[in-house]
Every structure is written in C-alpha cells, then in structure tokens.
Write a protein that binds this ligand. Structure first.
Ligand SMILES: Cc1ncc(COP(=O)(O)O)c(C=O)c1O
Length: 377
C-alpha cells in the first residue's frame, strides 16, 4: 500500500534545486558563502517584500538569534504562544530567560489577544512577545500589534509554518520587528533543514549574520569580542532553497486545494469542524486540520489509528507548551482562570490530516474514505 505522508519534501519537476546544487559543486562553493546563499536571501526578501534576511541552519537558530538581537537576557520574561511547537520556546531557555505561555483563541487557534492583555496586567514588562502562526493560519496581527505597541514591546514572529500565508495582503513574517522562517523537511518548502531570520531592520540582520558566523571581529587574526554561533546555512542547501522558491506559490495552491477538498467532503458530518479562513487572511494551509465536536464518540486517536492501518500518516494537534513536562513550571495565562484552556481543548479534539503536496486526487480520496468510515459513511 502506497504510504501517504503528513507533509514531506517535494522538489520541483523542473529540477531547479538539483541545478543550483550542481552549480555549487561545479564551482566548489561548498561552504557557508556563495551565490546560492546570496540569491536565496534575495529571493525571500523579494517575495516577502522585506529589507533584509539572513539564511541560517534552522528556524530554531533564527528564533534564538532573533531573541538575542531583541536584547533578551537572563531572567527576562518572554511571552510566547502556548499552542506551538517546542522550538518556539527552547531558545528562550537557551538564553536563561523565562517563558510565559499565552492561551489560544478558537477563531484562529493562535494567540488570543484577550489573553495577551491579561498577561500584560500580570507582567507589564516582558522583553519580547513571540507569535507563532500555527499551521499557516494568521494570528490576529492588528489586535496583537496594538497591544504590544501600547506596552512598547517588540514582536518576534515565528512564521516557521506560515511562509506564503497572508494577513491583509501582507505576508506573514513581515509584521514583527523580526521573523523566523523554517525550511525543515516537513515545511511548505525545504532545504532539508534550514531557516531564515527576516526584518526591515538591516542592522539587526547584520548583527545576526555576525553572530551566526562565530562573531569574528574585523582583524587579520581570529579575534572575538562576543560569543559566536555556527548557525549559517550552507551554500549547497541554499541552492535547494533557491529552487524551492520557484515553486512556493504552486505549493501554497496545492495545500489550499487539499484543504478545500477535505472540507467539501466532510461538510455533511456534523461532528467535524474545519475552520474557514477569515476574510482578511489567505492561509498557506500548511497542514489541514479538523476538530471533532466535544459530544462525539469518535476521538482523534480513532481517526489517526484508522489511517495508520492503511499506511497513512496523520497526527494529533500540537500539545500545548503549558502541558509539556519540561515547561510545566512556567506560568500560563488564559482569559478565564477557572476555564479549560483553549489550546488543551484543540489538542484533545484536533487532528492534522495528511497535507502532502505530492498527494494525487486518488490519494486524497483514500484519506477521505477512511476518515468518513469512522462515522460509518
Ligand atoms: C512553529 C515552529 N517553530 C519553530 C520551528 C523550528 O524550525 P526548525 O525545525 O527549522 O528549527 C518549527 C518547525 O520545526 C515550527 O513548526
């Protein structure tokens, strides 16, 4: 039985990636400098319409150096989305700062502006607010920016899952003081592993570029006045990224088509909810997700196991950060103290469906049939 993946690497039919990688080999630019890196950064800047970008070894590295560039130090408070992947949070701990998790809202699954306001009542002076755009859905940026501006706190966007998504005609990744992108193997485009920090602030990006290549002072000998990191992307992998940028819009269209096909197929199953986009957003639909209503006897695990039996990969919604054993000791802010968290509810009721852009119509039909069979359809 053909395996269907949740989201796996998808190179262009035209072999753009191979050709750029080949160029790197043929010219012996097999290090962390070269044409592919420069051009990949240019391509992303142009696509997002942003001033500057630095290609790094991972999205996690981008968040780490982004936090440092925003001045995060030991014992600083950093607000961060609760419903996200752990890589949004780990870099806060690398800097010995303190995460405070902010609950989600049902409408977007992302950080609730109301919970964010509550968090400011308790902690008036966080150093940074990290906003993750989960599964490529846009967070409510107007509200969030208003709140953060009022308190004079910069936003770091975690747009790892959101490349190609728009909020009010602007791409995600262009709203914060800086933003992290990921090119991990499961992302909408990949370099096998990699990331980028983007910003309109060229100085900020130059500083990050300096740190990412071991903080070498201008001198003939190796001299260091600051701690350095080996976080730069290789010119070989940047070649893959350059090629993938040529098909990014195609990937977004395919992901959106996958979501629409699922949504249409499940419209008569009253117990399944698939949230529509808001009028102001255009999601890349990196992962298609569904929510099973609370009163249903079907649980996410039933769907996941039924798909697994047929060699199809799916996954529960990300487990919120405040529920993670490693992060349990940190504070978590909800709108109402005594109500169950929204993130926890989404985790308990949600499923990430196969969203691989290599799926054929037949593959999508196979998935739909198995999901429906849980409801005896
Ligand atoms: C929301 C989120 N943030 C950060 C990351 C980290 O990116 P990377 O794997 O490139 O380090 C990922 C994905 O892996 C992610 O999904």
């Amino acid at each position: 039985m053909k395996k269907i993946y949740l989201a796996s690497p998808h190179m262009s039919d035209e072999k753009y990636e191979e050709n750029f990688v080949k160029e790197a080999f043929e010219t012996n630019w097999l290090s962390t400098v070269g044409e592919n890196i420069n051009k990949f950064e240019e391509n992303v800047k142009e696509y997002l319409n942003i001033n500057s970008a630095v290609a790094l070894s991972s999205g996690t590295a981008a968040i780490h150096l982004g936090l440092k560039a925003l001045g995060v130090k030991k014992d600083d408070i950093v607000f961060v989305s609760d419903l996200t992947f752990s890589a949004s949070v780990n870099p806060i701990i690398y800097e010995n700062a303190i995460p405070v998790f902010i609950d989600s809202e049902y409408e977007t699954w992302n950080m609730s502006p109301k919970a964010l306001e509550k968090a400011f009542e308790k902690y008036p002076k966080p150093k940074v607010v990290i906003i993750a755009h989960l599964y490529g859905r846009a967070s409510k940026m107007d509200e969030i920016i208003n709140i953060c501006n009022k308190h004079n706190v910069p936003i770091l966007e975690d747009a790892a899952e959101g490349l190609g998504s728009k909020y009010k005609d602007k791409y995600l990744g262009t709203f914060g003081k800086c933003a992290a992108l990921s090119f991990n193997g499961n992302k909408i485009i990949t370099t096998t592993g990699g990331g980028m920090l983007v910003s309109d602030d060229e100085k900020l990006i130059e500083k990050v570029r300096f740190w990412s290549t071991q903080s070498k002072d201008k001198a003939r000998h190796y001299q260091h006045s600051e701690i350095g990191y080996n976080y730069r992307m290789s010119n070989v992998l940047a070649g893959i990224g350059r090629g993938q940028m040529k098909v990014l819009n195609q990937r977004v269209s395919k992901k959106r088509e996958i979501f629409d096909t699922y949504k249409k197929a499940f419209k008569d199953i009253e117990e399944i909810e698939m949230t529509d986009e808001k009028t102001y957003e255009k999601s890349n639909r990196w992962l298609s997700t569904l929510l099973i209503k609370e009163n249903s006897k079907i649980k996410p695990i039933d769907i996941i196991e039924s798909l697994e039996k047929e060699n199809i990969e799916s996954r529960p919604v990300w487990k919120p950060m405040h529920m993670q054993p490693i992060f349990e000791k940190y504070d978590f802010i909800k709108i109402k103290k005594d109500e169950k968290s929204v993130g926890e509810h989404l985790f308990n009721r949600g499923v990430c469906l196969p969203s691989d852009t290599k799926m054929t119509q037949e593959d999508i039909k196979r998935v739909i049939k198995i999901v429906m069979s849980n409801w005896g359809r």
